[in-house]
Design a protein around this ligand. Structure first.
Ligand code: C2E
Ligand code: CA
Ligand code: CA
Ligand code: CA
Length: 277
């Protein structure tokens, strides 16, 4: 990564600051950590609103670095994107996630797993064949996999992104539009892309009890999604009132601290055991 590190440094060389230095060091440490498989996946359960049944879980990357301690995903994902490490990072996450999915299904825990993709993954022509090969290796069905993409991923090279999404969808996996409402994409994207699920951003969900316009946005997003036969997930549900409200508005699924926080795979095992009683 010598050249990349050099390019990276040159961006910041005009302001040799601690921020730039940290970033530069993070790039090297992250590249090494991915290679040595030092990252981990944690997962956060999702539930059906009406029945309360456990139906899926979102896979979230975690990095506890020897040098930097716990680095927040928002920071190291951005570092990976800027340094061109996203393909390697996603490869690791997908492998870990598919392996987990196989173990869960062997235990009779028949949930789906949602995996985040970044814009670099969506422009990478190798992504579809990698996903298919990995699913075959782990003997899992892609029908149980949802790929989450954000609206901002759509802005770059629309043709490449749409082509990859169509190919992904044709393998049987589902595509979810993440952080819905925070980007700039037009609603026309919804009909142009193979989207089966909208995740309504937690900035709307969190304030909807107090803020009328947030409430209306959630209400009408659910209506629009229904009209387009797209499922909705409310993310960031932090209390009982919000759970009740999104259920009443017709959201299909929920995810949030009120129901379950992201957990390591060990904690998730314990959590499953407790639920089973
Ligand atoms: P995201 O995809 O929107 O993921 C949901 C984030 O909301 C997670 O933050 C989760 O811990 C947090 N969250 C869940 N329930 C609640 C709640 O009730 N209240 C609040 N306030 N927060 C809640 P996390 O794990 O820190 O991840 C941050 C972001 O990093 C993710 O946002 C996603 O954009 C990115 N990310 C994480 N893992 C991956 C990955 O494997 N690949 C890619 N491309 N991005 C990832
Ligand atoms: Ca997500
Ligand atoms: Ca989200
Ligand atoms: Ca986010």
């Amino acid at each position: 990564y010598g050249l990349r590190a050099y390019e990276y440094l040159s961006i910041y060389s005009s302001e040799v600051d601690t921020f730039g230095r940290r970033r530069l060091a993070l790039v090297g440490a992250l590249a090494q950590a991915i290679k040595n498989r030092e990252l981990e996946i944690h997962i956060q359960p999702q539930f059906e609103c009406v029945t309360g049944a456990l139906c899926g879980a979102e896979v979230l990357a975690r990095w506890n670095s020897e040098t930097f301690g716990v680095v927040a995903p928002d920071e190291f994902i951005e570092v990976a994107e800027e340094a061109g490490l996203m393909a390697e990072l996603t490869k690791f996450i997908v492998e870990e996630a598919f392996s987990l999915l196989r173990r869960l299904h062997e235990k009779g825990v028949m949930i789906s797993l949602s995996i985040n993709l970044s814009v670099q993954n969506l422009m990478d022509p190798r992504i579809v064949s990698f996903v298919v090969t990995c699913a075959e290796a782990q003997l899992i069905s892609l029908n149980d996999v949802i790929f989450e993409v954000t609206e901002t991923s759509m802005s770059d090279d629309m043709e490449a992104v749409i082509s990859n999404l169509n190919q992904l969808a044709s393998t049987g996996c589902r595509v979810a539009l993440d952080d819905y409402g925070t980007g700039y994409s037009s609603l026309a994207y919804l009909s142009r892309m193979p989207i089966q699920e909208l995740k309504i951003d937690r900035s709307f969900i969190g304030q909807m009890q107090r803020n009328t316009s947030d409430y209306r946005i959630v209400e009408n997003t659910v209506k629009l999604a229904r009209a387009l036969q797209i499922q909705t997930v409310a993310e960031g549900v932090e209390n009982e009132n919000t759970l009740g409200t999104v259920t009443r508005l017709g959201c299909d699924r929920v995810q949030g601290y009120y129901l379950a926080k992201p957990m390591s795979l060990t904690l998730f095992d314990d959590w499953l055991m407790k639920r089973a009683g």
